[in-house]
Design a protein around this ligand. Structure first.
Ligand SMILES: *Cc1c(COP(=O)(O)O)cnc(C)c1O
Length: 855
């Protein structure tokens, strides 16, 4: 046994180069082309090398003193550095969208919880879309100046790195993250010691430290259990993103939710709003409640009201298996002692995680607990909103499905993170500056139409050429690693044609995304690829989950197919899809292909990344494309049908891909004017940029989250807090009273009174309902008429209208007559009924405390 001492070495720079370190330590640089080029020009080969991998801290740490002195003497470089540094300082100080909103909103602090963050390749703590979205959320929150902090975990090993063997089988490597060469710093207390909160797990106390990552104006706090004083078991918790078994996942989610709140507390950050990005952080509300009970002496019910009214939850997963579920015994093993501190019993607690409380056969679901503890809930596209309302409708059995309280906010992408230099220059020249600060302003983007076709086309050609060069280099490197022969390597130098229509497909190889759909009919594909007058080529990339054999087989099949001589030069598969490769691809391709099984793609964001780079989309009408698609700016595969027979669906939709290519896409791309420019294609590109860019960007998305949820949730919190929670106590006791008497409420009689047998369109019908309110007052309830056309089987009204019955008369004892008028909007046979809803002072709470009572 040998003993070791540890010490940390940081890059040391001459005084004049200090601004470089400051720039490197804030991930703001990752979306600033000037800053990227600053690091790139230090040593471009080293910048792209595997030992640096676009990480400026590592780059600076690898420079010899003599090299640094040369830099410091280089006037051009120093000037470049000062420009970037000044821009950074201005960015950190300038006014923002948020600061212009209102002064009252200064007291807001929003915290955002996510198990993964995809900000840049130099911070590998993400796996895919969920993480990229979280990363882009933080970047846009920074641009907008939203007072938000992120909370997540720091993994020793990030997501795996993929390599394929000669047979196309995926292998996984888990390189260790070197925290001291990542752009972050340990959070320390006033005496300089690292802050170390802890949680008691059944196997003992788990301490964790907190790393701060600066993302522009936003702080992201990452929790790390790899501490010397921790047991082996405790250290394992942050070992690997999505690693280990179910129990490990539970341990991570406890750390994220409960540990995340403790981390904030230890830094004296007191959120007004907490946003759960996916159900992984579903335990967070418990800890929020615990603080209120301890520090403000509230009981559980009152604390619940406060937390509920100021929590936001976003669900991302329309696949049932993608929602974490745990055996109740396992959850109790970890949290049994903890929930007793909250004064709730096991049964109550487990029921928070069940769609139907008391249903012993149901597991404990993280999505359900997050739903029950969040007043603001949403899916991530319009279609996914309705899928989520259907999926979780059992939580509100008395509520019509379309009224299920799950809203939607459509995802976006952070434009500057995905935009190429080439197109950015054109935008700056023709649009001015405003699109950077205000990308959701539709007017700004109208000016895209003024960019001359040749200029935009030449940018596209340059981008495609660069991608082809990159692909060849990347292929050569992987062939070399695999020990390929010289002649095999020679092929790599010849794959792809810099002039051919280039189509990209890159995403996780989950089976529902159908990575192999293009290969459904090889003869037809061969035919399309063999037309020398209209060349087309494909670039594929993507990882299968390490335990997803099905996904790995799809990759293997693709590799086998593209080894066939007729495909060899025209279809390539690139290993190790990540942010860096993704950025290269979305910038270089002309067209992005997306063919998931509808409606399993909740939103999908990769296709949004090609639009700013003047690329087009061809996609199934799923996720965001339902909102984005327009025949003037892209193509839809099929018309949004869903199928029971999956083989038949693959058949139909692959045929649709081939037909689109043959009849529309290739003709549009190869229809050239005399100067060689595809005018029709460019017309579509401009239409897509004008229509899609103002909508599908994360600035727009974060503004939507802010105006729809964050502000309301913050106002709720502040109202409770300013009244020292007396208002919350009132709400809680009011809810309790309603719940105690609700079984005594019923609708006795409903009558529609009209002047004649038949009503004309535009006329009124008068509705009267007799409602029994034993123990409650008329102002405690909302009585509504619910009317519309019946479904075919005369069973229910699928998309009913509602009108509140406002007139109240006492009939007798506690029987009241509620009445009002409804307007006849259109002709046909209508039905109406009456329902009673509680009139909770907190309107978002109404559907959760008591069921609707129907006549
Ligand atoms: C954008 C992105 C994703 C998400 O893409 P989807 O279309 O939602 O599947 C996943 N991984 C990487 C590396 C990305 O850049």
């Amino acid at each position: 046994m040998t003993n070791y001492c540890y010490y940390t070495v940081v890059p040391k720079l001459p005084q004049t180069l200090q601004p470089l370190l400051e720039i490197a330590n804030n991930l703001w640089w990752t979306w600033q082309t000037d800053a990227i080029e600053l690091f790139y020009r230090i040593d471009q080969e080293r910048w792209n090398s595997p030992s640096v991998e676009h990480n400026p801290i590592r780059l600076l740490g690898s420079l010899e003193w003599s090299e640094l002195e040369v830099l410091a003497q280089d006037e051009g470089f120093m000037n470049h550095m000062h420009l970037v540094h000044r821009k950074f300082q201005e960015y950190m100080q300038q006014g923002t969208w948020y600061s212009r909103l209102s002064k009252d909103w200064e007291h807001f602090t929003i915290t955002y919880f996510s198990l993964e963050y995809g900000i840049h390749e130099s911070l590998p703590v993400y796996s895919g879309g969920l993480g990229i979205l979280a990363g882009d959320h933080l970047k846009s929150a920074s641009e907008l100046g939203i007072p938000l902090v992120g909370v997540g975990l720091l993994y020793r090993h990030g997501y795996f790195r993929q390599s394929l063997n000669a047979d196309g089988w995926q292998h996984e490597r888990y390189p260790e993250n070197d925290f001291h060469n990542m752009p972050m710093e340990l959070v320390r207390d006033a005496s300089g010691e690292p802050v170390k909160p802890y949680i008691d797990y059944p196997f003992g106390r788990v301490h964790f430290q907190i790393w701060r990552v600066a993302v522009g104006r936003i702080s992201l706090y990452l929790l790390d259990t790899s501490l010397e004083e921790n047991s082996e078991k405790a250290k394992q918790i942050t070992k690997q993103l999505y690693g280990g078994d179910e129990e490990m996942r539970l341990q991570q989610e406890i750390l994220l939710g409960i540990g995340g709140m403790r981390a904030l507390k230890s830094m004296d950050i007191n959120p007004t709003v907490c946003h759960m990005n996916e159900g992984h952080s579903g335990f967070m509300p418990l800890e929020r409640i615990r603080y209120l009970m301890h520090e403000r002496s509230l009981n559980f019910d009152t604390a619940f009201e406060v937390v509920y009214a100021s929590n936001v939850f976003t669900t991302h997963t329309p696949v049932p298996a993608g929602n974490d579920r745990f055996a109740p015994e396992l959850v109790l093993k970890y949290l049994g002692h903890y929930i007793h501190e909250l004064g709730i019993d096991n049964q109550t607690f487990i029921d928070f995680g069940r769609e139907v409380p008391g249903n012993k056969s149901e597991l404990f679901c993280m999505t359900v607990i997050a739903i029950r503890f969040a007043g603001f809930k949403n899916g991530v596209s319009k279609l996914h909103g309705s899928v989520a309302r259907h999926m979780w409708r059992n939580i509100w059995p008395s509520v019509p499905e379309q009224e299920t309280p799950i809203d939607h906010v459509t995802n976006g992408v952070h434009l500057l993170s995905w935009l190429s230099r080439d197109v950015k220059d054109l935008l700056e020249r023709y649009l001015g500056e405003r699109w950077v600060d205000d990308p959701d302003d539709t007017e700004v983007w109208e000016k895209v139409r003024t960019i001359p076709d040749p200029e935009l086309w030449h940018a596209r050609e340059a981008l495609r050429r660069r991608l082809v060069t990159f692909v060849r280099k990347r292929l050569r490197e992987s062939l070399q690693r695999r020990g390929a022969t010289k002649s095999e390597m020679a092929i790599a130098d010849e794959v792809l044609d810099p002039k051919a229509l280039t189509i990209g497909f890159a995403r996780r190889f989950a089976t529902y995304k159908r990575g192999d759909l293009l290969f459904h009919d090889l003869d037809r594909l061969r035919n399309i690829l063999s037309d020398e007058s209209r060349p087309v080529q494909f670039i594929f990339a993507g990882k299968a989950h390490p335990r997803d054999e099905g996904g790995k087989h799809i990759i293997k099949e693709i590799i086998h197919t593209l080894h066939l001589p007729e495909f060899r030069h025209k279809i390539v598969f690139l290993e190790d899809y990540d942010i860096s490769l993704g950025r290269k691809m979305v910038q270089g391709v002309d067209l992005w292909l997306n063919n998931p099984r509808r409606p399993l793609e909740a939103c999908g964001t990769s296709g949004m990344k090609v639009t700013p780079n003047a690329g087009l989309n061809m996609s199934i009408l799923d996720g965001w494309w339902v909102e984005g698609y327009d025949p003037e700016c892209g193509w839809s595969i099929g018309g949004g049908e869903t199928y029971d027979d999956l083989d038949f669906q693959d058949e139909v939709e692959s045929n649709s891909i081939y037909s689109l290519l043959e009849n529309e896409i290739l003709p549009a791309f190869y229809d050239r004017s005399t100067d060689g420019i595809p005018r029709r294609w460019m017309q579509m590109v401009k239409e897509a940029m004008t229509n899609l860019l103002p909508v599908f960007n994360t600035n727009n998305m974060v503004e939507n989250y802010t105006t729809k949820f964050y502000l309301n949730a913050s106002i709720n919190w502040n109202q409770f807090e300013f009244s020292d929670f007396s208002h919350a106590r009132k709400v809680a006791s009011w809810n309790r009273k309603i719940q105690d008497h609700w079984h005594q409420v019923s609708v006795r009689q409903v009558q529609v009174k009209t002047d004649s047998e038949e009503l004309g369109v535009g006329e009124m019908a008068h509705v009267e309902a007799e409602v029994l309110l034993d123990g409650l007052e008329p102002q405690d309830v909302i009585v509504e008429v619910y009317y519309g056309k019946m479904d075919h089987a005369d069973r229910y009204i699928p998309n009913g209208f509602t009108e509140r019955l406002n007139n109240v008369e006492l009939i007798d004892g506690c029987l009241y007559r509620f009445s009002g008028d409804i307007v006849c909007h259109s002709s046909g046979r209508f039905a109406c009924t009456v329902r009673v809803i509680n009139n909770s002072p907190l309107d978002i709470r109404r559907l959760d405390i008591t069921p609707m009572i129907w006549w």
